[in-house]
Design a protein around this ligand. Structure first.
Ligand SMILES: Nc1ncnc2c1ncn2[C@@H]1O[C@H](COP(=O)(O)OP(=O)(O)OP(=O)(O)O)[C@@H](O)[C@H]1O
Ligand SMILES: [Mg+2]
Length: 260
């Protein structure tokens, strides 16, 4: 059974897509079978994986509208993992499914059909708490929250954790925050350190030890349709995301051990 993880934060530009793409690539490098699902009509995770969003034969839109089986819509990439892509068509889906019974569970049911083929399914969410994001949160076991260590990061936190609690109660009892990731981290900045400390107090062990530094290679790689590890594998960004994948694997092993 696959571990299914959403990368979510309703705040824009915090590094969700960068994390989704580079975590998917790092897990694939560590020999895991990975599917990346793009749930954002911006299609950045699709493009960042080297797939032209406007040339997709089928996308997540077709899956959510029930027009093709999920297997048909999944595409190969050249960067080690498979992709269920998105483009602007996705922005019309919310309205189309709004009145449908079971509208929150379309992604969950579709992923159920293919999850045996993967070890990890990573779902990149849009910066909103729309029905599309609710579909993502209803389909996953865990949410990873990327955060920039700036003052305003803390402001949206209560909204996000409340939404996660609400979805856990109403739609998905197994949903939990698996980890909070500090992105675009600058250790020289005093505010970064202050916010970081607050995150430590708020999230405790859920805060990943690994931090993702601000690294220009991470910002450049998507323009080449590449995860950073294929763009410059010795860059700080590539090393940080590999460390994150390793930390995640280690944590999930410890957890499995404690349940057994
Ligand atoms: N660690 C980093 N170092 C430098 N630049 C970064 C880093 N992480 C992300 N960026 C850049 O910051 C911008 C926002 O990142 P990204 O697209 O991953 O955020 P997002 O949360 O997915 O945004 P959105 O909310 O629009 O979906 C992008 O231009 C990205 O290349
Ligand atoms: Mg994004």
């Amino acid at each position: 059974m696959a571990q299914i993880i959403a990368i979510a934060n309703q705040k824009g530009g915090v590094g969700k897509t960068t994390t989704a793409v580079n975590l998917a690539a790092s897990l694939a490098v560590l020999k895991k079978r990975v599917l990346l699902v793009d749930m954002d009509s911006q299609g950045n995770a699709t493009m960042g994986s080297g797939i032209q969003k406007n040339d997709l034969l089928y996308s997540i839109t077709d899956v959510l509208l029930g027009e093709v089986p999920i297997e048909t819509a999944i595409t190969k990439s050249e960067v080690g993992y498979k992709v269920l892509g998105a483009n602007r068509d996705l922005s019309g889906v919310e309205l189309a499914i709004a009145e449908q019974e079971g509208r929150e569970f379309i992604l969950r049911d579709a992923l159920g059909e293919i999850e045996k083929s993967f070890d990890y399914i990573i779902v990149d969410c849009a910066p909103s708490l729309s029905l599309i994001t609710v579909n993502a949160l209803a389909a996953v076991q865990g949410v990873m929250i990327p955060m920039q260590c700036e003052y305003y990061a803390l402001e949206g936190l209560a909204d996000l954790t409340q939404t996660i609690d609400r979805i856990q109660q109403a739609l998905n009892p197994e949903l939990e925050i698996i980890g909070v990731l500090r992105t675009m981290y600058d250790a020289r900045n005093a505010l970064t350190r202050d916010v970081s400390e607050e995150l430590q107090q708020y999230f405790g062990k859920k805060l990943y030890d690994t931090v993702i530094p601000r690294n220009v290679r991470l910002a450049e790689a998507p323009a080449h349709g590449l995860p950073v590890i294929y763009f410059e594998k010795s860059s700080k960004g590539a090393v940080a995301y590999l460390n994150l994948a390793a930390e995640m694997l280690k944590k999930s092993k410890v957890k499995k051990g404690s349940k057994a």
